[in-house]
Design a protein around this ligand. Structure first.
Ligand code: SF4
Length: 432
């Protein structure tokens, strides 16, 4: 806060920050404490930058205005990946007049080891402010606070240890995948492989922004959707299975013996969104797999007794995003099930991803996400453009749609599978 007479807000060279100090109270860790820690560490050459940063932030709180403006800054050969920030009050806070952020792509599944984390920290202490956010809302590692001059050497150092800039602007954005196969027993496909394959294939679209707007891929190993793919990704790949849930009846009995029958009914049977579960008198569980919508709830509660089936793969939903012109959108089911096991399967997924981006580049209006584009032209037009036959599994809430008759479901399903088999020139069982 500035002294009314002198116009100075510093005591012993440190900006006073009474309003920011308030944010250090309460039970949660405060970013203000983190900024002060960096400011007060004497051996850091960027301590003056953090001091002026805090001063400018306090000034912003007083004025209720942000004082950062954007600009253009990149490294050789790239058109995006750095968020430039130039101070509009650089006269008063000269040490933080440039405070750019480098967006760096994390490894698929966020698998780091401590050695690589130390190397990342060392690079940023050498070239930047030392301030790092793991991970920003975009999924990137956000290396915050460097000067224009330091951007290229910082990028070169990250590149040297195998890291690359992520996306920014109207481009393919940094993708995210859950921890996946390596550490999660529910994962239904190798999300890390799918993530890496798609991003490597489409990398040019990330570094040279030329799309109508942003395009994000996210990969979740199962319906728990730990990376929020369905409502945050233009292209969501979510693991699922198409055979029956696996039940270990002895573990069901153990679970019931441990938590009680009533508790099991209250937390598992009654919580199934499609009432697909029933509990027998002898404490065994039955699941009507045709009605199961693979929501994962029962599996999450009874992890030892229940698990996804063996015929695993992924569903692909297109068009999820947070609010823009047409409000929040969940992804629309476009590929209900895709097997993802062999090299050919992954190649097929990558090809489909590429086609989707081509469709987006050719058909979306400026500043329009693919979900909004589909909303404008209609799902049938999108399916036709992508050469995908309509599938009853794409119907949202079939039980509440007056166009879907559920009394003759099995009969209709049999006709559908017959038709599908004819189209594919092969025979499949009706309940595949
Ligand atoms: Fe019901 Fe969900 Fe379990 Fe399927 S996964 S049986 S829909 S609770």
């Amino acid at each position: 806060m500035k002294d009314a007479e002198t116009g100075d807000d510093k005591v012993n060279g440190i900006h006073e920050t009474p309003m920011l100090d308030e944010l250090e109270g309460g039970p949660w860790p405060s970013f203000v404490t983190g900024l002060k820690r960096l400011r007060d560490s004497k051996d850091k050459k960027y301590a003056p930058m953090m001091n002026d940063l805090l001063g400018q932030l306090e000034h912003s709180y007083e004025e209720r205005l942000g004082f950062w403006k954007g600009g253009t800054l990149s490294v050789l050969g790239y058109g995006g990946g750095i968020i430039p920030r130039f101070s509009e009050v650089a006269k008063d806070y000269p040490a933080s007049k440039e405070f750019h952020t480098l967006r760096v792509m994390p490894p698929a599944g966020n698998h780091y080891n401590t050695d690589i984390l130390r190397q990342l920290c060392d690079i940023w202490e050498e070239h930047g402010s030392g301030l790092i956010a793991f991970h920003g809302q975009s999924g990137d590692i956000m290396f915050q606070g460097c000067t224009s001059e330091a951007a290229q050497p910082a990028f070169d150092a990250f590149n040297e240890i195998g890291f690359d800039l992520g996306g920014a602007g109207p481009a393919l954005r940094t993708a995210m995948s859950c921890v996946g196969h390596a550490r999660c027993e529910q994962s239904c496909f190798d999300g890390v492989r799918a993530h890496r394959g798609i991003i490597n294939r489409l990398l040019d679209e990330m570094h040279r922004p030329a799309m109508p707007y942003k395009f994000k891929f996210k990969f979740s190993g199962c319906g728990n959707d730990c990376v929020n793919a369905i409502h945050r990704a233009d292209f969501a790949v979510i693991g699922t299975w198409r055979d029956d849930i696996k039940i270990k009846q002895d573990k069901v009995k153990e679970h019931i013996a441990e938590v009680g029958r009533k508790y099991t009914i209250d937390t598992v049977v009654n919580m199934c969104p499609t009432r697909a579960i029933s509990l027998n008198d002898d404490d065994t569980l039955e699941i009507d797999n045709k009605s199961c919508v693979r929501c994962m709830h029962c599996i999450n509660v009874m992890t030892k007794a229940l698990s996804p089936g063996d015929d695993r793969g992924a569903s692909i939903m297109i068009g999820g995003k947070r609010s823009l012109k047409v409000g929040d959108l969940m992804g629309t089911m476009i590929i209900p099930f895709m097997k993802l096991e062999t090299d050919e399967d992954f190649e097929k997924l990558e090809e489909f991803a590429e086609e989707c981006m081509e469709f987006f580049a050719d058909n979306a209006l400026e500043h329009e996400r693919i979900g909004e584009c589909i909303d404008r032209i209609g799902v049938p037009a999108f399916l036709e453009a992508m050469n995908i036959p309509a599938d009853p599994n794409m119907v949202n809430h079939p039980r509440t749609s007056s166009y879907v008759r559920t009394d003759d479901f099995n009969e209709e399903a049999a006709k559908y599978f017959e038709r599908k088999a004819r189209e594919a020139g092969m025979t499949v069982a009706a309940d595949d």
